[in-house]
Design a protein around this ligand. Structure first.
Ligand code: ZN
Ligand code: ZN
Length: 370
């Protein structure tokens, strides 16, 4: 079957790959109907994520003992070719004999991380680090996520632990609108949901940048969850205008602001140490700052003295996509959250190789039947 492969920065291509089959009675096979481009995919195709040369350069300079050791960077994580795509809504086409809650023909959101649902971490909601599968098991990340899972830009994907993994689409929801729900929407949601639960109606600051769509999902989720005001800071005019249309108050970042006021809830989706510093310094006394960006450097400066002064809580780490997903879909079903407001390009499925190279904020490809 054809699968879209990441070859190298700026190059994606369809290649023939074997059709997956059920390997366990708890597996399901699904046919992706709509696939969204994750912000990390966008960085990978732009050549902004670490590749072998850049990564080893860092390690040799900062942590020479780590070169060649087993670890995150040993296998050059974003080195092509690998099957691409990990945000999808799909239709179930086959289930193993032990699958009891999901059925053929159902439309489901497929979380991008593989999780069993029953180990101690999964039961604690830490579905990003399930103990049953190798660490970082994910669709569409090649060696980094374990090659065996494949990518969702293909006609068939094998989903293990189907009863626990797959979450049905809300009635009437379109696959296109929810293509990103199993990753970037969930990521934006978790930055504000917990903090707003503890501080109902609080004002929120979102610093955008590197994680283009996660930042805007944080904006729409904060508004859907009752934030009294959402300020969106960025350097890119198009994204500031987009945030304003979503209901945020846009603030164009000057070169070196120290802070943008005092907010009980702040979000750093800039993936840049400058944006991280602004978000941290703009967090009010006792507030919470959540950073979704990935900082690849061995060391990243943070304003610890300011943080000590305000006694803030800093949260970083990967989203637990499966654990968060039901809350995201409930907010969509309530009519308060419309993730499609963040999408800036919808293209036919067969145009994915081209569409996924677009510099726009959020790309979704969908099959003609959806
Ligand atoms: Zn992702
Ligand atoms: Zn687990």
């Amino acid at each position: 079957m054809p699968a879209l492969m990441f070859l190298e920065p700026g190059r994606l291509a369809w290649r023939e790959v074997p059709v997956p089959r059920l390997e366990s009675e708890s597996d399901a096979l699904v046919r992706p109907l709509a696939v969204a481009r994750c912000d990390l995919d966008a960085a990978v195709v732009r050549g902004e994520a670490p590749f072998r040369g850049r990564t080893l350069h860092y390690l040799r300079n900062h942590l020479p003992a780590a070169v060649g050791q087993k670890g995150l960077f040993r296998d050059a994580p974003f080195q092509g070719p690998y099957a691409f795509g990990h945000e999808s809504v799909a239709e179930i086409v086959e289930v193993g004999a032990d699958v009891t809650t999901r059925r053929v023909g159902e439309r489901v959101v497929v979380p991008f991380q593989i999780s069993c649902g029953v180990c101690a971490r999964c039961r604690a909601g830490l579905t990003s680090c399930c103990e049953t599968v190798p660490s970082r098991s994910m669709f569409g990340f090649g060696a980094l996520g374990g090659m065996r899972w494949g990518g969702v830009l293909s006609d068939c994907v094998r989903v293990p632990f189907a009863d626990q993994m797959l979450v049905p689409l809300p009635d009437g929801a379109s696959p296109e609108a929810l293509a990103s729900a199993g990753d970037n929407v969930a990521d934006g949601y978790r930055t504000v949901a917990g903090p707003l639960r503890a501080r109902p109606g609080a004002e929120v600051l979102v610093v955008g940048g590197g994680a283009h769509s996660v930042a805007l999902y944080a904006v729409v989720c904060a508004l859907a969850l009752g934030a009294s005001r959402v300020v969106y800071a960025d350097v890119v005019t198009a994204r500031l205008e987009h945030a304003a249309r979503l209901g945020a108050q846009p603030v164009e970042l000057p070169n070196k602001p120290r802070r943008l006021g005092r907010f009980p809830i702040t979000v750093d989706a800039s993936a840049h140490e400058h944006g991280l510093g602004i978000a941290l310094r703009s967090t009010d006394h006792g507030g919470v700052c959540t950073s979704t960006g990935i900082y690849y450097e061995v060391r990243t400066p943070v304003p610890l003295l300011d943080m000590y002064g305000t006694g803030l809580t800093f949260v970083t780490g990967r989203v637990d996509s499966r654990a968060v997903l039901p809350e995201v879909l409930a907010l969509v079903a309530s009519g308060k959250l419309r993730p499609e407001q963040v999408t800036t390009r919808v293209s036919p499925w067969h145009d994915a190789a081209d569409a996924f190279l677009d510099s726009t904020v959020k790309v979704v490809v969908a099959r003609p039947s959806v």
